[in-house]
Design a protein around this ligand. Structure first.
Ligand SMILES: [Zn+2]
Length: 456
C-alpha cells in the first residue's frame, strides 16, 4: 500500500494517540510538573517500543533522555540519528487560551495545545513515519536511532552532561534535527543553518541604598542613566555592533550556499503577521541576511527604580539589564561572551560599577551539510509530498545542544521541520495543522526510503 493510503487508513488512531501525547503537561522548567514529565516519558517509551525499537532511559541531573534504536538494517546500511524533545514551554498566560493548553482540541483543521507543534507534533510525525515504513516494508532500509530529550526548553543541561558517556551509542552517519520550520503551508523548505546564542545579566550599582532624587540628584551618578548610556554604545547608527572583535571570527557561507537560500522578504506580510517593521538590522544587509547570516546583540529586559502606577522621586541603588547575542558560524560563545562582558564593564562611567555575568546554556551556531545524501533525500521527499520544489532557508533561532550532538555523534546534520511562524509556539493557542502531521510523516518516511536507496 502507498504511504499516504496507509496513513489515511490509520488516521483516527494516529490523531487519538497524538492527543494523548499532548495531554501530558510536560513542562520542563517548573518543578511542579515533575510527575507529568515522568508520565509523558513512560508513555513515549512504551509507544516507541511498540513501533519495534529498543529503548533506554538516560538519567541526568535534570529530566531524563529517551534513547531508542533499531539497527537490523545491517552494518553496511547508514545510520540516521533523529533528534526531538518531549518537553514543552510553560503555558501561561492561561486566560489567553481559547481552550486549555493540556486539553488538546481540533478546530478548523488545527490541533490546539501546548506542544502541538514545538516539539511534540514534529516528534510524533517522525514516529508515524517509522510506523508507516514498518507497515509497508516490514523493516527499515537504514538503521535509525532516536534521541528525544526532556530539557530543550530549559537549556538541554541533562543531555549535555551525558553526551560524552553515550558517545558510542550516539554514533551515526547522519543527524536529522526535526524542530524547524517551512515558510508557508504549501512551500517545502530545508534549513541550512541555526544561529548560536549567549545570554547575559548586567547589574549597574551606584549606591548602597536607594536615594532621594532631590537631595542626591546632581551629586551622585544615577545607575539607570549609566545603564542606558552604556547600552546605547552597543550599536552604531548603521546597526553595526561596536564591540571590537565582535565580527572577527565569522566564517561566511560560500557563495554557492548563499545562492541557494530563498531570501525574498515580504515586509507587508511581516507587518500583517506581527505588527512590526523590518528596520532593526544592520543597514547594509537585507532582513533575512541579518536574521540568518549575521550576529546580533539584543536588550531583552531592563529594570530598576520605580515603575509602578504612581510616582517616586528616587535614584535607585541598582539597575539591571538582560542581554543576548545571536551568533553565526565561527563565533565561539565563550569568547564572544567575554568580549561583550569586558566591553560593557569598561564603559561604566566614574562612580558606577557595572558587573556582567554570562549565563549558562549558550551554544555555537550550527550548519546543515548542504550536499549530503540525507539533505538530497529529504529535499526530494519534500518536493514529492508537497508537489513543489524544496527551498532552502536558514533560521535566526538557536538550539544550543545541536552542535555538540553533531560533534559527539560524528554525523552530518540536516535541520528540518514543518513548523510555521504562525503556529504561536511558546505562546497562547499554540497549534499544528492536521495536514502537516500527515505531510511530516510522509516526508520523513519517504526521505528514509530515498536515503536507503542511495546505499543499497
Ligand atoms: Zn521551543
Amino acid at each position: 500500500m502507498a504511504l499516504q493510503t496507509l496513513y489515511h487508513s490509520r488516521e483516527q488512531e494516529i490523531l487519538d494517540d497524538f492527543l494523548t501525547f499532548l495531554r501530558f503537561a510536560s513542562v520542563s522548567s517548573e518543578p511542579e510538573y515533575g510527575l507529568e514529565m515522568i508520565n509523558c516519558l513512560e508513555w513515549l517509551q512504551h509507544y516507541v517500543e511498540e513501533i519495534g525499537f529498543t529503548t533506554e532511559i538516560w538519567p541526568t541531573s535534570g529530566h531524563p533522555v529517551l534513547f531508542a534504536n533499531w539497527e537490523d538494517a545491517g552494518r553496511a546500511a547508514p545510520t540516521l540519528l533523529i533528534y526531538n524533545h518531549y518537553d514543552v514551554q510553560p503555558p501561561e498566560p492561561l486566560e489567553e487560551w481559547v481552550t486549555p493548553p493540556f486539553e488538546p482540541t481540533i478546530r478548523n483543521g488545527q490541533i490546539y495545545a501546548r506542544g502541538a507543534q514545538d516539539n511534540k507534533g514534529q516528534c510524533f510525525y517522525v514516529l508515524q513515519a517509522l510506523k508507516l515504513l514498518f507497515a509497508k516494508h516490514g523493516t527499515l532500509p537504514i538503521n535509525v536511532k532516536l534521541c528525544i530529550e526532556g530539557e530543550e526548553e530549559c537549556g538541554s543541561h541533562g543531555l549535555m552532561e551525558v553526551l560524552n558517556a553515550k558517545r558510542q551509542q550516539l554514533q551515526a552517519d547522519y543527524l536529522a534535527v526535526v524542530d524547524l520550520d517551512i515558510k508557508s503551508p504549501t512551500q517545502p523548505a530545508l534549513t541550512l543553518g541555526l544561529r548560536g546564542i549567549v545570554t547575559f545579566d548586567l547589574e549597574a550599582t551606584g549606591s548602597k541604598i536607594d536615594l532621594h532624587s532631590g537631595y542626591h540628584g546632581g551629586i551622585t551618578y544615577n545607575p539607570l542613566h549609566a545603564l542606558v548610556e552604556v547600552l546605547a554604545k552597543l550599536r552604531d547608527n548603521e546597526g553595526k555592533v561596536t564591540i571590537p572583535g565582535f565580527y572577527d571570527d565569522i566564517v561566511p557561507l560560500k557563495k554557492s550556499e548563499v545562492d541557494k537560500l530563498a531570501m525574498t522578504f515580504d515586509p507587508q506580510g511581516y507587518f500583517d503577521m506581527c505588527g512590526a517593521h523590518a528596520t532593526g538590522g544592520e543597514k547594509e544587509f537585507s532582513p533575512y541576511e541579518s536574521s540568518w547570516l549575521r550576529p546580533t546583540v539584543e536588550i531583552n529586559g531592563l529594570s530598576g527604580g520605580y515603575a509602578g502606577s504612581g510616582f517616586k522621586t528616587v535614584i535607585p541603588a541598582k539597575a539591571h539589564a538582560k542581554l543576548s547575542c545571536r551568533l553565526v558560524a565561527g563565533q565561539d560563545p565563550d569568547k564572544i561572551g567575554k568580549l561583550v562582558a569586558a566591553y560593557l564593564e569598561a564603559q561604566a562611567p566614574e562612580g558606577i560599577d557595572i558587573a556582567v555575568t554570562i549565563r549558562p546554556g549558550g551554544g555555537p551556531a550550527c550548519r546543515s551539510t548542504v550536499d549530503s545524501p540525507l539533505t538530497t533525500a529529504f529535499a526530494t521527499a519534500f518536493a514529492e509530498v508537497f508537489n513543489q520544489p524544496c527551498e532552502y532557508i536558514a533560521s535566526g533561532g538557536s538550539i544550543p545542544i545541536i552542535s555538540a550532538l553533531a560533534e559527539t555523534s560524528g554525523s552530518q546534520v540536516l535541520l528540518m521541520g514543518l513548523g510555521l511562524d504562525s503556529d504561536h509556539i511558546h505562546a497562547p493557542n499554540e497549534h499544528f495543522g492536521v495536514d502537516r502531521l500527515e505531510k511530516g510523516a510522509l516526508v520523513v518516511a519517504r526521505g528514509i526510503e530515498l536515503l536507503g536507496a542511495t546505499h543499497s
